[in-house]
Design a protein around this ligand. Structure first.
Ligand code: 5RP
Length: 225
């Protein structure tokens, strides 16, 4: 097992039959979907419904035979298992390199528990020191956001697909990736971004994660806030 797989497998211990489970997005979450599907097939878990955080995880869950529900049907999932791009010692996060930050944040905020699964490479002392901060913006007027993000001290890059077209999220929006040296005051930055018209959501997940399962080649660390 690689570290991402090991973190994902450990998260299965937090799932009980009958639960509604928020299904994260990304390669680590994909390992969790595989582990969950295997447990359903083996009969060690039953009556699970998954609420996917992206079209990608919805497709993948269908492929694997995981029963699905919408957030409208199940507004407060019992637990959400998701990956991250950075995690600091307070379990504050940067998410969204996979492009799913808006749905991930809506589902995380409405879940009873958010458990993060990741490999040790995602650990940082200060958010923004390794990963850019993804920010979802409306297509209308997105060009003018570049100067605004620069005024915050970031180097902004409008996200493109590998084919060179502008990236479009599941919600029909675009993403700017903001490169900082580090984010000294994530709460202040989040508040500034939330006040800006045209900014839909940012990838700062502050005081939302309850627990993180962080794996290396040998062990899984269980961190709580
Ligand atoms: C997607 C995310 C992912 O959780 C994050 O990018 C981690 O991905 P991976 O598990 O592939 O490293 O936030 O929007």
């Amino acid at each position: 097992m690689n570290p991402k797989q090991r973190a994902a497998a450990t998260a299965l211990a937090f799932i009980e039959s009958g639960m509604v489970v928020g299904l994260g997005t990304g390669s680590t979450s994909d390992y969790f979907l595989q582990a969950l599907a295997a447990a359903l097939k083996a009969g060690s878990l039953s009556s699970i419904r998954g609420v996917p955080t992206s079209l990608q995880s919805e497709r993948r869950a269908r492929e694997l035979g995981i029963p699905l529900a919408t957030l409208a049907q199940c507004p407060h999932p019992d637990i959400t298992i998701d990956g991250c791009d950075e995690i600091d010692p307070q379990l504050d996060l940067i998410k969204g390199l996979g492009g799913a930050l808006l749905r991930e944040k809506v589902i995380a905020q409405n879940s009873k528990r958010l458990i993060i699964i990741a490999d040790t490479n995602k650990r940082v002392q200060t958010l923004g020191s390794r990963s850019p901060l993804p920010v979802e913006v409306t297509p209308f007027g997105h060009e003018i956001q570049h100067a605004f993000f620069s005024s915050l001290g970031a180097i902004p890059a409008l996200r493109h697909t590998p084919e060179g077209t502008v990236f479009i999220t599941d919600n029909g929006n675009h993403i700017y990736d903001l490169r900082f040296k580090q984010i000294d005051d994530p709460r202040k930055l989040e508040a500034i971004l939330q006040m800006r018209a045209g900014v839909v959501e940012c990838g700062l997940f502050l005081a939302i994660a309850e627990r993180a399962l962080i794996a290396d080649d040998r062990q899984v660390q269980d961190l709580t806030r």
